[in-house]
Design a binder for this molecule. Structure first.
Ligand code: ATP
Length: 365
């Protein structure tokens, strides 16, 4: 059973918010939609939920056309950043709510509802909160209950839109691990929207990087982190140092840079751009090197070191404090790259969406 999205497009007025989205999410996967503000993550989630419809494309679940089904028929669980729990209801009643409003034919009896809610309270480790009201809970506790409420109707897909966005860093980290455990035990298919890289990488089986209404890259977190597919993904994932290099037989060369640690790349000879993370650059003292250290600042465990050449090219690196002890301002250094990504110069900033034969989907329930 899987969720399949193809050629999906959505525009608001003249703005194309989704442009040819292709995505398949197999049963039981936890997938994160990661991207900057305005990249179309929420719009995509709302279309999957049945709260909005695309102008073109297809959306199906297990072979069934979901664009011909209402939100209720799709059986989706949704958790928002600010989930409006009913303030006048206890947590137990909030979780039960979705079951109590099911059509009569599908609605379980009172005893059955109570059993489902008890089961969820235990499963989600929030049994102690059952008789409290939303005002008596912390933000993190409320979001646990919100997830319980979304799960009560046994949704086929759980959609979470920045559910931990309003919480502080430590609570977010705790909830992330808790959510991963809940997802694994429940076996639901989960789609999680975030603009927080760390959250996406820690939680997800696969990360979908979005930008300007297209998918730039889909992959396992390690794959995306180590091999960003486009200059946009590289920048977004912290490869913020961009240097012109010359390719020769798959090797990148540039004056003052030691790039022998980088694997060969299948890139044609000629001009290219090397993208590096500051933490993957080591300044190495070398009397004849063209770079000179111009700044050293401590950020605690790390030293932030800026080196510059005669042409004014300024490169920032981050070095563990103990590795930077022998460096001083004014010293000549070469710069050794431990990892990096190379794109031919002039490569598009982001992925170019394939030409898609958009067909306007008429069927709306
Ligand atoms: N109902 C609407 N009418 C007009 N424009 C809209 C509407 N909904 C979304 N947009 C626009 O679509 C674009 C994508 O919005 P969307 O909320 O999907 O992005 P996002 O990646 O989820 O961003 P964020 O992380 O800020 O929530 C934005 O430019 C937004 O202004």
């Amino acid at each position: 059973m899987s969720l399949a999205i193809s050629h999906l497009a959505r525009r608001f007025g003249a703005t194309e918010v989704l442009r040819g989205i292709e995505l398949e999410v197999p049963q039981g996967e936890l997938i994160a939609l990661l991207g900057p503000s305005g990249s179309g993550k929420t719009t995509l989630l709302r279309i999957i939920a049945g709260l909005d419809w695309p102008d073109a494309g297809r959306l199906s679940f297990d072979g069934t056309d979901w664009l011909a089904k209402s939100a209720a028929e799709r059986r989706i669980g949704f958790v928002f950043q600010h989930y409006a729990l009913f303030p006048h209801m206890t947590m137990r009643d909030n979780i039960a709510f979705g079951l109590t409003v099911l059509p009569r034919a599908e609605r379980p009896g009172k005893t059955q509802i109570a059993a489902v809610v008890d089961g969820l309270l235990q499963f989600l480790q929030i049994g102690g909160l059952a008789d409290r009201y939303p005002a008596e809970l912390s933000g993190g506790q409320r979001q646990r209950v919100a997830l319980g409420r979304a799960m009560a109707t046994q949704p086929r897909v759980l959609l979470l839109d920045e559910p931990f966005g309003a919480l502080d860093a430590q609570v977010r980290r705790d909830l992330r691990r808790w959510l991963r455990g809940v997802h694994d035990s429940a076996g639901t298919t989960t789609i999680f929207v975030t603009h927080d890289q760390e959250e996406a990488f820690e939680l997800a089986d696969r990360v979908v990087v979005m930008n300007g209404g297209i998918i730039e890259q889909i992959g396992h977190p390690d794959q995306i982190y180590d091999h960003p597919a486009t200059p946009f993904v590289a920048r977004f994932l912290g490869l913020t140092v961009e240097l012109p290099v010359t390719m020769h037989t798959g090797r990148a060369c540039a004056a003052g840079l030691d790039l022998t640690g980088l694997p060969r790349r299948a890139i044609a000879d000629g001009a290219a751009t090397l993208f590096l993370r500051p933490a993957d650059i080591r300044p190495v003292p070398e009397a004849t090197a063209p770079f000179h250290v111009t700044e050293i600042a401590s950020t605690g465990a790390l030293l932030r070191i800026v080196a510059q050449d005669a042409a004014g090219c300024r490169i920032e690196s981050e070095v563990p404090r103990r590795d930077g002890r022998d460096l001083a301002v004014g010293q000549a250094v070469s710069l050794r790259a431990a990892a990096g990504q190379i794109f031919p110069t002039g490569a598009p900033i982001g992925a170019v969406p394939a030409e898609t034969p958009y067909t306007l989907k008429e069927a709306r329930p």
